[in-house]
Design a protein around this ligand. Structure first.
Ligand SMILES: Cc1cc2nc3c(=O)[nH]c(=O)nc-3n(C[C@H](O)[C@H](O)[C@H](O)COP(=O)(O)OP(=O)(O)OC[C@H]3O[C@@H](n4cnc5c(N)ncnc54)[C@H](O)[C@@H]3O)c2cc1C
Length: 253
């Protein structure tokens, strides 16, 4: 089957993801005491162009992150973990609450990564070329998105179901996979996924944008509207999405 998650030769579309104008660091820290006293709720802190937070993963580990629109020079991908930790504590997040800085201080440096956030313009998904012959893309290769709604992996799984269903329909129709039908199945898959993933990219980006772009009156108003009126509906629409059922699979002999 000529379908791949990496960049297929000739499908130039997959190479054109762009930086979303933010960079993000993610890390684990061991902090049993904090988990016990604060529970497992997510804590988030925002400032102009900066956003940080942490959440307990279990009784021993806390995941923390920091995102900024303008990281200082030298903080490019692959920078030294100790330097990143120092930069976050002593510069980028120095005005954030001590409870957050304490988490950063206790980081497991081997798990610390810093990278630019990537996304693809939704109109490139809606109108771009997702298929070439019997080759297509799925997951992040098709629709990289900012992490604000936690949908990158979920939508990659939806892709897999949709692609499997369209190929399965062809098998169900002919009793076997007919080579000439693969291209049509892939076309139908791409058509089905365009609007869904373009919506997710847009909603994720806007969700991050309203959180991180300051606290003047207008932004506070936008945030109130987004979180008070829109987010619940957006999330409901996203999580209630039905990507369909796969054909039954015969048990192995
Ligand atoms: C910190 C973090 C938190 C996240 N949280 C969430 C969340 O809460 N919910 C959610 O839905 N999503 C989340 N995501 C996003 C999610 O992880 C991705 O969207 C998802 O993993 C994309 O799946 P994929 O299969 O498309 O790509 P990947 O998971 O990146 O898989 C691609 C694979 O291809 C391999 N590969 C690359 N190039 C080649 C090559 N040339 N040859 C062979 N193999 C190759 C890579 O090694 C990799 O194993 C998170 C991501 C991060 C980084």
């Amino acid at each position: 089957m000529a379908c791949t998650l990496s960049w297929p030769v000739g499908l130039d579309f997959a190479r054109r993801s762009i930086q979303a104008g933010q960079q993000c660091v993610g890390c684990l820290c061991s902090q049993k005491v904090m988990v016990l006293t604060m529970g497992h709720a997510i804590q988030q802190f925002v400032d102009v162009g900066k956003r940080a937070g942490f959440i307990a993963l279990n009784d021993k580990e806390v995941y923390w992150f920091f995102g900024a629109t303008c990281p200082p020079k030298g903080m490019e991908k692959g920078a030294d973990p100790e330097m990143i930790q120092r930069e976050v504590m002593e510069n980028l997040a120095k005005d954030f609450p001590p409870v957050y800085l304490d988490v950063v201080k206790n980081s497991d440096l081997s798990s610390l990564t810093w990278a630019p956030l990537m996304f693809r313009y939704p109109w490139d998904i809606l109108f771009g070329n997702l298929v070439q012959s019997s080759v297509t893309v799925a997951g992040d290769a098709m629709h990289p998105m900012t992490p604000d709604l936690g949908q990158g992996g979920c939508s990659a799984l939806e892709d897999a179901v949709a692609l499997g269903r369209h190929l399965g329909n062809s098998i169900a129709e002919h009793g076997k996979l007919v080579i000439g039908d693969i291209g049509f199945a892939i076309e139908r898959y791409a058509k089905e996924r365009r609007l869904r993933v373009a919506t997710l990219i847009t909603a994720s980006y806007l969700s991050g944008w309203v959180q991180q772009h300051g606290s003047n009156r207008f932004m506070r108003f936008l945030r109130d509207v987004f979180y008070g009126l829109l987010l619940g509906r957006v999330v409901k629409g996203i999580t209630k999405y039905d990507c369909g059922k796969l054909h039954g699979v015969s048990p192995l002999p």
